[in-house]
Design a protein around this ligand. Structure first.
Ligand code: ZN
Length: 78
């Protein structure tokens, strides 16, 4: 899995809808890519806050888009 793929599937992860196989490679990427790991942490925190404030299960689409576009590009070569 690369950074782009991580960005594509991050909401499966935060929504707990990721298949086991995908989850494994996702976590592997988190282990070796500090940039993505940080971004995921931030995303999870944000979504947690949003969910606490909203009665809905999922973050509003606009917020999702904003979080996604704030994702850093790979910060240094692997
Ligand atoms: Zn990455």
């Amino acid at each position: 899995m690369d950074c782009r793929k991580v960005r594509e599937v991050v909401f499966l992860y935060t929504d707990n809808e990721m298949e086991a196989e995908l989850l494994i490679s996702f976590r592997e990427h988190m282990d070796r890519c500090p940039g993505c790991a940080r971004a995921i942490n931030r995303t999870e925190r944000l979504l947690w806050l949003v969910r606490r404030r909203c009665s809905r299960e999922q973050a509003p689409k606009r917020l999702r888009d904003r979080i996604l576009t704030s994702f850093p590009h790979r910060q240094k070569p692997l």
